[in-house]
Write a protein that binds this ligand. Structure first.
Ligand code: C5P
Length: 209
């Protein structure tokens, strides 16, 4: 399940995993955890060579239970820390570094290799699991995406979120390494007018097809 931020990927992926009794992997949380670690260790995130040089250092462990997602970095639970504005503002720069992607894609493939799973991200259908039996690309209008994200956060406005998301989308879709693009064989699902239950049942219908 790929798509931009605020498209409803996380809730939909978890809902689908629960309904099918499958594991769930939030690859964005892995990019966020490595970004948190770089910031925590004083690595200049705009310096791609500095990030590349330390990309292999943090030990990341990600949970795959849709009812108890979470991630640790060097043994510390950073599930809350990875959602801060500081990490969100830095994550696109860190995830554009090829050494970071190579490492995380290998770890994601190892987790996927352990059995059936719902995976959410930006490059799952194109790079991480091009042979996935079902590929969904979730979209929503910029307004709907900004409204959803604003409802999850405090102290922000729809306008501020819309601008922050547009910036992150541009960085994610124009980077050289594995940019955010829809896989040619993915089904596009526009969630602008749908609630979570409707998105999950549409995905389940596509899975059964
Ligand atoms: O999904 P989420 O918004 O948590 O992802 C955070 C960031 O991680 C994205 O903006 C993107 O830069 C990066 N990412 C990525 N590839 C993935 C998942 C996330 O580059 N598969």
């Amino acid at each position: 399940m790929d798509g931009p931020s605020g498209s409803g990927k996380s809730s939909a992926s978890r809902g689908v995993a629960r309904a099918l009794g499958l594991r769930y992997l939030d690859t964005g949380a892995m990019y966020r955890a490595i970004t948190w670690w770089m910031l925590e260790h004083g690595v200049e995130v705009a310096d791609a060579a500095a990030v590349a040089g330390r990309a292999g250092e943090p030990v990341l462990v990600i949970a795959t239970d849709p009812d108890a997602p979470g991630v640790t970095a060097d043994g510390r639970d950073v599930s809350a820390e990875i959602r801060t504005g500081e990490v969100t503002a830095a994550v696109s720069a860190v995830s554009a570094v090829p050494e970071v992607r190579a490492r995380l894609v290998a770890e994601q493939r190892a987790i996927i290799g352990e059995g059936d799973i719902v995976v959410e991200g930006r490059d799952i259908g194109t790079v991480v699991a091009p042979g996935a039996p079902v590929k969904i690309y979730l979209t929503a209008s910029p307004e709907a995406r900004a409204r959803r994200r604003t409802a999850e956060l405090t102290g922000t406005t729809v306008e501020a979120q819309r601008a922050a998301m547009a910036r992150r989308d541009t960085l994610d879709s124009t980077r050289k390494a594995d940019p955010l693009v829809m896989a040619a064989d993915a089904v596009e699902l526009d969630t602008t007018e749908l609630n979570l239950e409707e998105v999950v049942s549409e995905v389940l219908r596509l899975v059964k097809e």
